[in-house]
Design a binder for this molecule. Sequence first.
Ligand code: NAD
Length: 359
Amino acid sequence: MGVAKKILVIPGDGIGQEVTAWGQKVLSAIAENFKHEFTFEEGIMGHVAIEATGNPLPDETLEKARKSDAILFGAIGHAKYDNDPTLKVRPEQGLLKIRKELGLYANLRPIKLFDELLEASSIKPEILRGSDILFFRELTGDVYFGEKNRTADRNTASDLMIYHRYEVERIARKAYEAARTRRSKVCSVDKANVLEASRLWREVVQEVAKEYPDVETEHMFIDNAAMQLIKDPKRFDVVVTGNLFGDILTDEASQIAGSMGMLASASIGDSTGFYEPIHGSAHDIAGKGLANPLASILSAALMLDISFGLKMESQRVIKAVEATLRQGYRTMDIANKHTENALIMGTDAMGGKVLENLN
Ligand code: NAD
């Protein structure tokens, strides 16, 4: 018996437009193959929304988001804002607002290297082989939401790092629950030797850990974690950390997967899940048809698994991506000097190969 789901698609800006189309096509193909009924709506957010309405997250998009079962998002951002930090209305405000409005407090980023891409990473294959990490990055606290100040003379600035007990507690629980379905190890990353917010973080994780005696807990300082991730990525199973450290560590970890273009993420709370590639709008390649669509396709796979509980369908998508890579097809970002020119392709050709492998 198939399921009926409403999916909101928000392509956003730059390559978001190009890659999200493929995440959606893959979801449609899965619905058809497995007799599910997925209905799609589209919403605008980011620079395109500012241009159209003056608002990076129009109310209409937010309304549609609230009524959907899951959201497939691309990316936001435009060079105009990167080069002018004084602009008051900004694309990223749309993203921060939708996360807040939907109560999305945990960002999940699976980092799993496809064997076929061992050579594409800048790290040695023998260190990488078998790496499989699931990051939980907290999304509602930290310096992103703490008070910001600049002195009257403009020469001194501060951002408050703030965490509340309940924020740490709920994400720690999600991390421990996930660890139970994996290798039963949680590494909590903080800077408790220096920061009070981190001391609270560690205290709360230690309390939650007591509820999961079957899961092994490790606490690691962020500086050490950044080093261990490159030195011995296999030692990690589930990693749970705050907003700022998580932001940086997960980009570092993207190198394990070979490219930003391969990594999917899920933002979850207690209702609608939000699925997106970890990359941005990539102005340097936007509009050229070169972007790797696999991160969006893998975001669709995460949605099937986490929001809809459709594990078999999710695995089918991952297998189709694996098969495509095994056949040698590569977008530019994951090609290397051994890749034959004839197998290097653009967004649409690569997406098309995954679709063929799905059927
Ligand atoms: P980016 O992720 O857009 O790009 C970084 C590098 O990775 C670029 O060289 C780009 O070409 C490459 N890359 C990224 N995704 C790729 C893909 N799918 N295929 C092939 N190559 C890919 O980060 P950036 O350049 O720092 O930022 C560009 C814009 O995106 C900025 O405006 C920034 O604010 C925004 N941004 C948005 C998000 C988001 O929407 N979640 C995240 C990060 C950055």
